[in-house]
Write a protein that binds this ligand. Structure first.
Ligand code: M7G
Length: 318
C-alpha cells in the first residue's frame, strides 16, 4: 500500500500571516470582508471571544465569524516589549491596563462562508436545543430520507480529496481507496498554537455517510485512521496519542465519514457526550457487534429550527 506525506507547511506551526485560500485555491480578497454589510448577529460568546454575523457581500448572503485566538507563548516577550500600556485603575498592589499590541500580534481569526445558504445561517444562529433519541428504525424511516434531501454539500470534502483545495495543508495521506484517508488541519484551527490543536481525517471512500453506516467491515479503515493519524500528529507536532481526543460526531454536519483529532485539553465545539463518539469506543463496539450502529439507539442534540426535529415531533418521538 502506497503512502505519501506532505512535509511542507504542516511540518511546523503556522506563524506567517498570509491569506488562506478559497475553494478554488484563489486567495480570499480583502474586499470580501470590507464589502460585508451586517444584517444581524447570529451568535456571540464573551467566554469564547467569538461572534457570528449574517450579512451580505454584493447581494450574496454571507456569514462572517470573528474569533480572538489564544495568546501565543512564542511571541510573549515581543508582545510585552513592543506594546503600549494604558492604565485603567490602580488600588494597593492591584492595577489593570489596556495593552495595545502591535497589529501583527493582534490578529483576529476570520472565517467567511459566501455565498451562505439558509442552512449555513441556521447552523450558526443561537437556538434552543433538544435531545432526540433515534432508534435504528427511526434512522431509516426519518433521518435517512431527511438527510438525503437536506444536508450540506460535501463539495469542500471532494475538493480536498481531489487536491483542488487545501492541498498544501495536507499533513498526511494514505491513498488506499478502502482504508485510506487525508489528514489536515480543521478550518477551526489557525495552527498557531497547540493548545487548540484540531485536525480532521477524511476517508477516501465515498459510501460511508456517518457512524450509522459503520459495520465490522469498516474496522480496518477505522484502526488505520487511528494508528496512522496518531503517528502523523506525533511526528508533525510532537503531540503523543495520550494528549489527543479522537472522535466522530453524530449527527455530523457533513455526511462523508471523517474523524476529529483535537487536543484533549481543548474544549472543542461539539466534543460533549451528546455528540462526540470516541473512535476507540466505536472500534470496540463494532468488534463486539458488527451491527451495533445499525440497531442501537443513539441520542443527539437538535436545534429548535432543525427540520429533522420537526420530523421527530410529527412522528411523536419528541
Ligand atoms: P462535522 O461533524 O460534520 O460538523 O465536522 P461540525 O462542523 O458541526 O462539527 C466537520 C468538520 O470539518 C468541522 O470540524 C469543521 O470545522 C470542518 N470543516 C468544515 N469545512 C467547510 C471545512 C473546510 O472547508 N476545510 C477544512 N479544513 N475543514 C472544514
Amino acid at each position: 500500500m502506497a503512502e505519501s506525506e506532505n512535509g511542507g507547511a504542516a511540518k511546523r506551526l503556522k506563524t506567517d500571516a498570509k491569506n488562506d485560500c478559497g475553494d478554488a485555491g484563489e486567495p480570499i480578497s480583502d474586499s470580501l470582508v470590507s464589502d460585508f454589510k451586517i444584517s444581524r448577529i447570529l451568535r456571540d460568546c464573551a467566554r469564547e471571544k467569538n461572534i457570528f454575523i449574517h450579512g451580505k457581500v454584493k447581494d450574496q448572503d454571507a456569514v462572517v465569524i470573528l474569533e480572538k485566538t489564544p495568546i501565543r507563548q512564542d511571541t510573549l516577550s515581543e508582545l510585552l516589549k513592543s506594546s503600549q500600556l494604558k492604565l485603567e485603575m490602580k488600588n494597593d498592589v492591584y492595577s489593570t491596563y489596556q495593552l495595545q499590541a502591535p497589529a501583527h500580534l493582534n490578529e483576529i481569526k476570520t472565517t467567511v462562508v459566501c455565498p451562505a445558504t439558509e442552512k449555513h445561517v441556521k447552523k450558526y444562529l443561537h437556538q434552543e436545543v433538544f435531545l432526540v433519541e433515534e432508534s435504528g428504525e427511526d434512522y431509516r424511516n426519518l433521518t435517512l430520507p431527511y438527510i438525503s434531501s437536506q444536508s450540506f454539500s460535501v463539495q469542500w470534502v471532494h475538493n480536498i480529496l481531489e487536491k483542488k483545495a487545501e492541498a498544501d495543508r495536507i499533513v498526511f495521506e494514505d491513498p488506499d481507496p478502502d482504508t485510506g484517508f487525508v489528514l489536515l488541519p480543521d478550518f477551526k484551527w489557525d495552527q498557531k498554537q497547540l493548545q487548540d490543536l484540531y485536525l480532521i481525517a477524511i476517508v477516501h471512500r465515498r459510501d460511508v455517510k456517518s457512524l450509522r453506516d459503520l459495520t465490522s467491515e469498516h474496522l480496518p479503515l477505522l484502526t488505520n485512521i487511528r494508528s496512522k493519524g496518531e503517528d502523523a500528529i506525533q511526528r508533525q507536532y510532537s503531540v503523543p496519542p495520550s494528549k489527543l481526543r479522537v472522535y466522530l460526531h453524530y449527527q455530523p454536519s457533513y455526511y462523508h465519514l471523517h474523524v476529529h483529532f483535537t487536543s484533549v485539553e481543548y474544549d472543542a465545539p461539539g466534543c460533549r457526550v451528546e455528540r462526540a463518539h470516541l473512535l476507540s469506543d466505536v472500534i470496540q463496539n463494532l468488534q463486539a457487534d458488527s451491527s451495533h450502529y445499525h440497531n442501537r439507539s443513539l441520542a443527539f442534540p437538535l436545534r429548535a429550527d432543525d427540520g429533522l426535529l420537526l420530523k421527530f415531533k410529527e412522528a411523536g418521538k419528541v
